[in-house]
Design a protein around this ligand. Structure first.
Ligand code: ADP
Ligand code: MG
Length: 255
C-alpha cells in the first residue's frame, strides 16, 4: 500500500468489546503526506485507540479509514509494513545496532544505505562514533548499555527504516528532561521530510507540528496549530498552563 497523498478518517466510531461506551465517536480527520500532526488530550481521551486504528491494529466499529482512497481494513498487513511505530519504550534485540534498526540481515549494500540514512536522520551518528564497533556494536542485555534518550533514538531509526508514516505514542514520556530534549530534537529534525503522527504530553515535542488534533471523550474537539489552539481552545490552553504540556527548559534546549 502506498501513501502518496492523504490518510482520511471518515466518521470513525470504535467500541472495545464489552465496553459500555465508545472510545471514539465520529472522528473525521485527514493527515497529508509530509505533514507533522500532534495528537493531544487528557488521559483516556482515546489517543492510543486512534493510533491503533490508524496503524491498522484495530478495525473501526463503523466509519472508514482510507489511504489514498484505499480502505486500510482490507489491507491491514500491507499497511502495517509501511508504518513505523515508536512506542514509549523500545525493546532492544541482543544484536548489533544495525540489526536493531533493520531487523534484516545486514551486509547488503542496499540495506546498509537505508540503515545509514535512518541512523543519520535519528541523529545517532555521534552516538555511533562513540561505540567500540560502530554500527556493528552489540546492544541489548549482554551488549553495550545505552541511555534512555539513545535507546529512543534507536526506536526512531527503526521506525524510519520502514518509512511512509511514523507514529509516536508517548515516545518521550519515560525520559528525563535532558534525554527528552535530545529525542524531541531528533523528532523535530524529521518535520518537513516525513509524515509524522505524534502523541505527546511534552510541549517541546508537539510545539512545531503543522497541525494539532485535540481529542476529548473520544471526539476531536478542535484542529489547528499550536498558537491557534492556545488562543481559542480553552481545554488545550489549560493543558499547557497546568504544565501538563510543558517541561521548563525543554523548549529552548529543543531549538
Ligand atoms: P489515551 O491514549 O488518550 O489515554 P485510550 O485510547 O488508551 O486513551 O483509551 C480510551 C478509552 O478506552 C478509555 O476510556 C479506556 O479506558 C478505554 N480502553 C482502552 N483500552 C481498552 C481495552 N483494551 N478494553 C476496554 N477499554 C479500553
Ligand atoms: Mg495512550
Amino acid at each position: 500500500m502506498r501513501f502518496n497523498n492523504e490518510l482520511v478518517l471518515h466518521n470513525v466510531f470504535y467500541a472495545y468489546p464489552e465496553a459500555e461506551k465508545e472510545a471514539l465517536r465520529g472522528v473525521s480527520l485527514n493527515i497529508r503526506r509530509g505533514e507533522a500532526v500532534g495528537l493531544v488530550g487528557p488521559s483516556g481521551a482515546g489517543k492510543t485507540t486512534l493510533v491503533n486504528l490508524i496503524i491498522g491494529l484495530l478495525d473501526p466499529s463503523s466509519g472508514e479509514i482510507t489511504v489514498d482512497g484505499t480502505s486500510v481494513g482490507r489491507h491491514a498487513q500491507s499497511w502495517q509494513q509501511t508504518v513505523g511505530y515508536v512506542p514509549q519504550e523500545i525493546n532492544l534485540l541482543d544484536d548489533t545496532l544495525e540489526r536493531n534498526v533493520s531487523f534484516t540481515f545486514a551486509g547488503e549494500a542496499s540495506v546498509d544505505d537505508r540503515v545509514a540514512d535512518a541512523i543519520s536522520l535519528a541523529q545517532l551518528d555521534d552516538v555511533i562514533d562513540g561505540l567500540p564497533d560502530g554500527i556493528k556494536t552489540v546492544l541489548g542485555e549482554r551488549g553495550t548499555r545505552l541511555s534512555g534518550g539513545q535507546r529512543q533514538r534507536i526506536a526512531i531509526a527503526r521506525a524510519l527504516y520502514n518509512d511512509q508514516l511514523i507514529v509516536f505514542d508517548e515516545a518521550t514520556s519515560a525520559l528525563d528532561n535532558e534525554s527528552e530534549s535530545e529525542v524531541a530534537h531528533a523528532i523535530q529534525n524529521l518535520t518537513g521530510s516525513k509524515t509524522l503522527l505524534i502523541v505527546s504530553h511534552r510541549l517541546s515535542t508537539i510545539r512545531h507540528c503543522d497541525r494539532i488534533f485535540y481529542l476529548e471523550n473520544g471526539e476531536v474537539s478542535d484542529i489547528g496549530n499550536f498558537d491557534e489552539l492556545y488562543n481559542r481552545h480553552a481545554p488545550f490552553r489549560e493543558l499547557v498552563e497546568l504544565g501538563n504540556l510543558h517541561v521548563p527548559g525543554d523548549d529552548q534546549a529543543a531549538q
